[in-house]
Design a protein around this ligand. Structure first.
Ligand code: AMP
Ligand code: ZN
Length: 471
């Protein structure tokens, strides 16, 4: 049965073109997004990817699609093995606090939960099954107990990233999960056990999976052999997603993904924010500096996902004032609704609202053009404020406007007053304030108190010590 072409268009990394969005099954979207490798706290660059994906799933839902969204948790990988070994704890013990912090951060950033968050270590049998099929079809070979995928065997290798296996020395292999751009190599599916490393016993011997096979196994387990949308940050295009295509399609013989969407990086001083460069901030870092989580969210979701964005104090301040304008306007609507006298219905306001909604949808349909969608909202707020300044407006109309703003916010997700600051951060700041007082640095102590007040936290100095409560 043919379905109507949806108004939504996405830029597909694979074709490098905008294409009308049409899922395999009408009305339903099978979406997979690469999740965190929980070897440490995620940084705000990682959250750019997760916020873009959140905006995407929210808009698909706004447009009436039923979304089945899977995000994996990579809980076995080179760095996790190394760090847990250094700390002499099991990988499971090691990753626990980082998984917990990840979900706390998602809540602070008002990220909607995906339908499932599978852990890679729960999918060893499914990975083994894929490797077995690939072996039986002649796509793999073994060296020193590890199993590799022979990329020259997969004709379409390079279709996503443009990185071609031609010219690669036959049999050049790579064991590392992440490797340099442009360096096409036979990649590892199963890594032979090394002394002291966590391992599983399978028909391929003792060892552990490579990173790429994890995502093929988890996505196909939940969504079947063909996905509608697969996302990640641009650094995932090669080698990770290229290798996912090779493994999955070599196994099933079917196209793996219909639309590949990748966000550009979040930068600091023009460079990609990354753990390895050391130029990173976690969400907690930014909150402690006094940034409101909804300003951080606004900064990211109101930027186009296919433009690089530079994190700076000014950028966050600008986002804060834009976000405040939205909140002030919402409050004005609420005050009108709750106020004493009733005003009149304004035809011009009605027309402005209609224009705003049309422009919002038109811009979001066009490859999630959130900056222009936000501009439509601000144009509306400016005009509406003038109309409200001129004469009292009917409560029912203010209600209608507020409902429209809520509908838009079901996509942007920024209309939240509370800071959702984490208890442990509050405790840490109180501790820092006590230390500042002890060394008689009252300016520093007051600054911390002000920052807490700004976050809605009220301190009470009692004889027993400092108590705090949320406003
Ligand atoms: P990782 O934990 O390194 O696998 O990264 C998790 C997700 O964050 C992936 O989708 C990456 O592409 C994405 N990512 C990492 N660094 C950045 C950055 N600076 N800007 C945007 N996305 C990023
Ligand atoms: Zn992945």
């Amino acid at each position: 049965m043919s379905q109507p072409v949806s108004a939504i268009h996405f830029h597909n990394t694979e074709s490098n073109r905008k294409e009308p969005f049409q899922p395999l099954e009408p009305g339903k979207v099978r979406m997979y997004t690469c999740g965190p490798t929980v070897y440490n706290y995620a940084h705000i660059g990682n959250y750019r990817a997760y916020l873009f994906e959140d905006l995407l799933r929210r808009y698909l839902k706004y447009r009436g699609f039923q979304v089945n969204h899977i995000m994996n948790i990579t809980d076995v990988e080179d760095k996790i093995i190394r760090e847990s070994g250094a700390k002499n704890v099991s990988i499971f013990e090691y990753v626990k606090p980082f998984i917990q912090a990840f979900f706390e951060d998602l809540d602070v950033l008002n990220v909607e939960r995906a339908e499932h968050y599978p852990h890679a270590t729960d999918f060893i049998p499914q990975m083994t099954e894929i490797i077995r099929v690939l072996r039986d079809k002649g796509y793999t070979y073994e060296r020193n107990g590890s199993i590799y995928f022979k990329i020259s065997q997969f004709e379409k290798y390079g279709r996503l990233s443009g990185v071609k296996p031609d010219g690669v020395m036959s049999g050049a292999r790579v064991d590392s999960d992440e490797y340099e751009k442009e360096d096409a190599r036979d990649f590892v599916l199963w890594k032979a056990r090394k002394e002291g490393e966590h391992f599983w016993t399978t028909e391929f011997g003792e060892g552990r999976p490579g990173w790429h096979i994890e995502c093929s196994a988890m996505s196909m387990h939940y969504l079947g052999e063909q996905l509608d949308i697969h996302c990640g940050g641009e650094d995932n295009i090669f080698p990770h997603h290229e290798n996912e295509i090779a493994q999955s399609e070599a196994m099933t013989g079917k196209p793996f993904v219909r639309y590949w969407l990748h966000c550009r990086h979040l930068l600091v001083n023009g460079e990609k924010m990354s753990k390895s460069k050391g130029n990173f901030f976690t969400l907690r870092d930014l909150l402690v500096q006094g940034h409101h989580p909804m300003a951080i969210r606004y900064f990211i979701v109101a930027s186009h996902y296919r433009s690089p964005i530079n994190l700076s104090e000014e950028a966050l301040k600008g986002a804060h004032s834009a976000w405040s304008r939205i909140m002030d306007f919402r409050n004005r609507m609420k005050e009108t609704i709750e106020g004493g006298e009733n005003g009149v219905f304004s035809q011009p306001l009605e027309a402005e609202l209609q224009t705003c909604m049309n422009r919002f949808e038109e811009r979001m349909d066009d490859d999630l053009d959130s900056p222009r969608a936000a501009a439509a909202v601000f144009d509306f707020i400016r005009e509406a404020n003038k109309i409200f300044d001129d004469a009292p407006i009917a409560k029912e109309q203010a209600q209608k406007v507020l409902e429209a703003m809520n509908r838009i916010d079901s996509v942007f997700g920024v209309a939240r007053e509370d800071e959702a600051v984490l208890n442990e951060d509050i405790d840490r700041m109180i501790q820092e304030r006590q230390e500042a007082r002890k060394r008689k640095d009252f300016a520093a102590a007051d600054a911390i108190r002000d920052r807490l007040t700004g976050m809605g936290i009220i301190l009470e100095d009692t004889r027993e010590g400092v108590r705090w409560k949320r406003r």
